[in-house]
Design a protein around this ligand. Sequence first.
Ligand SMILES: *Cc1c(COP(=O)(O)O)cnc(C)c1O
Length: 419
Amino acid sequence: MEKRPFITLEQAQRIIEDVPTPFHIYDEKGIRENARRLQKAFAWNKGFREYFAVKATPNPYLMQILQQEGCGMDCSSYTELMLCEACGITGHDIMFSSNVTPAEDMKKAYDMGAIINLDDFTHVEFLERVAGIPETICCRYNPGGEFALNNAIMDTPGEAKYGMTKQQMKDAWRILMQKGAKRFGIHAFLASNTVANEYYPKLARILFELAVELHRETGAEVAFVNLSGGVGVPYRPDQQATDIMAVGEGVRQAFEEVMVPAGLGDVAIYTELGRFMLAPYGHLIATVLHQKHIYKEYVGLDACAANLMRPAMYGAYHHITVLGKEDAPCDHRYDVTGGLCENNDKFAIDRMLPAIEIGDIVAIHDTGAHGFSMGYNYNGKLRSAEVLLKEDGTHQLIRRAETPEDYFATFDFSPFFAK
Ligand SMILES: *Cc1c(COP(=O)(O)O)cnc(C)c1O
């Protein structure tokens, strides 16, 4: 599928007069339409709810858009809980899916009335000790072994640090019931960034079968099954996008076959998608600062891995469009780099692109999730601004760029002034 940016060169130039590059920009229209498709795909399930994984793109404006589209928020830390609180989001509008959880984080989630998803059997006792046992509680499952789809191994849960074994799930539910829990949820995250339409249906079937077994053996009320995140997006032009309607239909079939006959037809389906909700609706916009011609051809941007870590960290592919040259032939081979003193600071290696000139503006695609949020300050680089492209075509600064003052705020210069 051809990948076209959601802004034109003219639009980008207008925004740059106001907000210098680099910045991340988000497409409100795309975000809303996609959220509505997800709701439609799961409309067959009465209690369906998406809890947006805040870690993917923690920004109040984006959280508000998703909230308006019916989403709750999935948090994993104290600060993310505080961010929700500051946005007026509390109670069961929050799922708290953490691991290696500090006591203060657990207490904060409990105090805010969030739905707590316990990552480990020992967290039953831990939660009771630091806060208390709420009436609604979720436990995270890890089936171990390998997770395969159509004979292809997608991931290895047996090597993953998350979740509980089946026996631990049963024991946790029994103890939680004795301690006053009344409504239970099951959660698992078995493969990341999977564009296969079969991922959620396969995961759902595993969790539905477990729900039936736990319900039969413990008598506990199953309130929801949380399919978590992991639905992917086509980063590469040759990848097929997830067909979310087919995904919803696949989950429905598993639900009809496993849950309904067991009398669990009222159980709600929850999701905790991050990437699927926002990744395609964000671009990192950057300006070409330099070109160099040594053993290879290099294009240097004013953005770097501190603004988008995925290529440096995972060798992840992010498509690049030179704005205004959308239809020019891609007959030049470049490494597109940032300015970190790290040779892995490359957005693309041996990428075929149109002839590039200094001053060209590039859009790096699919940065709407796990983009800005994975940013860091290496080499004294500052976090960029975030901009919202609104449905009416105007733009709004939704997070200013960091300034040196922000970077300096946590230093202590007193040794230099002590007499
Ligand atoms: C990261 C994460 C998500 C979101 O994952 P995506 O791949 O962005 O969909 C959801 N739930 C949990 C517990 C996570 O850690």
